[in-house]
Design a protein around this ligand. Structure first.
Ligand code: SF4
Length: 346
């Protein structure tokens, strides 16, 4: 019996897990893993029992440690635990026409954004490509058995916005994109890679064959404000990030989105809103404003409702395309890193 999850093996090498089996068995296994994922190998009905046993013991590269639902079942949060103890968070959100999963690309994060639960814990390790795609596959397998009423019964959108900075784990994230798009057949248009501004990574992504969407987390519309929240700004200042995002837009023709976590007294002024609107206009970007989900290790607090409204109104009045992002799953710590933080401090 194999003790390697088949998701940790490149899809083209699955035959290595099935010595003595004809090669079409590996093709069948690949179909199950990447086209019709199931929660257990028992459900892989066209495979002989010996093959199911060979892959069944460690089908997933993690165990499901926490499985929580919120928003009347429309939001689901998982904390997966890898055999080495690494905690991996993913959040599934059902909408009317979309079922979106927010996945992690690293365990922890080295970027140290001051308002972020993951950043406050530091960096543990990169996730393997198989650990990244398995989060999507697990969600698809889960939805097959437990669909979200009123939402598509498979993952329609993937956002790399969970724990970690995807472009700091470039090669493995790239391989996960290849598997999702070229092997699973997802449209690049249904995938968004988010970055806090790793300029060389944005430039490399622009050279890849897949026109995925790019979301840039700015959080500050000048270098002083941004450096206070995003230490990486000292290395890749605002103007460099904007220029790199502009080049990405030119290369891919995909509208950039700007993520903006609104923090009381830090980046919620009308002055910041006006500067942000100018940046959004330059990039022809859409701005997603997100109310801060406060974490116990930071003094940063969310802006009040009036200020949130005022900030968005100033953005709109200055010509920006902007929406206030619906916050999901607050009662289950759905913001990235929060569930892991809760488990570690309990
Ligand atoms: S906001 Fe993103 S990039 Fe910044 S510390 Fe958190 S996970 Fe890392």
């Amino acid at each position: 019996m194999s003790d390697t999850s088949p998701y940790l093996v490149p899809p083209e090498d699955l035959g290595s897990l099935l010595p003595g089996e004809p090669s079409f068995r590996a093709d069948q296994l690949r179909d199950w893993l990447y086209h019709s994922p199931v929660l257990t190998a028992d459900e892989m009905t066209n495979l002989p029992s010996a093959v199911r046993e060979a892959v069944g013991g460690d089908l997933w590269p993690f165990e499901v440690e926490v499985d929580q639902s919120a928003d009347n079942g429309r939001t689901r949060k998982w904390l997966f635990r890898a055999p080495d103890g690494a905690a991996i968070e993913a959040v599934l959100m059902g909408y009317r026409k979309r079922t979106t999963i927010c996945i992690s690309s690293q365990v922890g994060c080295a970027m140290g954004c001051t308002f972020c639960a993951t950043g406050q814990f530091g960096f543990d390790r990169h996730l393997e490509a198989g650990e990244i795609v398995a989060q999507v596959a697990y969600a698809n397998a889960f939805l097959r058995r437990f669909p979200i009423p009123g939402s598509p019964d498979r993952v329609t959108n993937v956002v790399y916005m969970g724990m970690g900075e995807p472009l700091a784990n470039y090669e493995r994230v790239r391989e996960s994109l290849r598997r999702l798009i070229d092997v699973s057949g997802m449209s690049a248009r249904s995938i968004t890679v988010s970055t806090v501004g790793v300029v060389p990574g944005i430039d490399r992504l622009a050279d890849e064959p897949w026109p995925v969407y790019l979301a840039v987390s700015l959080h500050g519309a000048d270098d002083v404000t941004r450096s206070r929240l995003v230490p990486l700004n000292d290395r890749y200042p605002l103007e460099a990030v904007i220029e790199s995002a502009e080049a990405y837009f030119a290369a891919k023709g995909r509208r950039i989105s700007i993520e903006w976590t609104l923090i009381k007294g830090v980046n919620d002024s009308d002055d910041q809103a006006r500067k942000l609107a100018a940046i959004a206009g330059r990039l022809r970007a859409h701005v997603n404003v997100i109310a801060l989900n406060p974490t116990p290790l930071s003094d940063d607090r969310p802006s009040g409702d009036d200020r949130i409204r005022g900030f968005v109104e100033t953005l709109l009045a200055n010509g920006a395309n902007a929406t206030l992002r619906e916050t999901r799953g607050q009662e289950i710590d759905a913001a990235c890193g929060q569930l892991r933080l809760r488990r570690a401090t309990e």
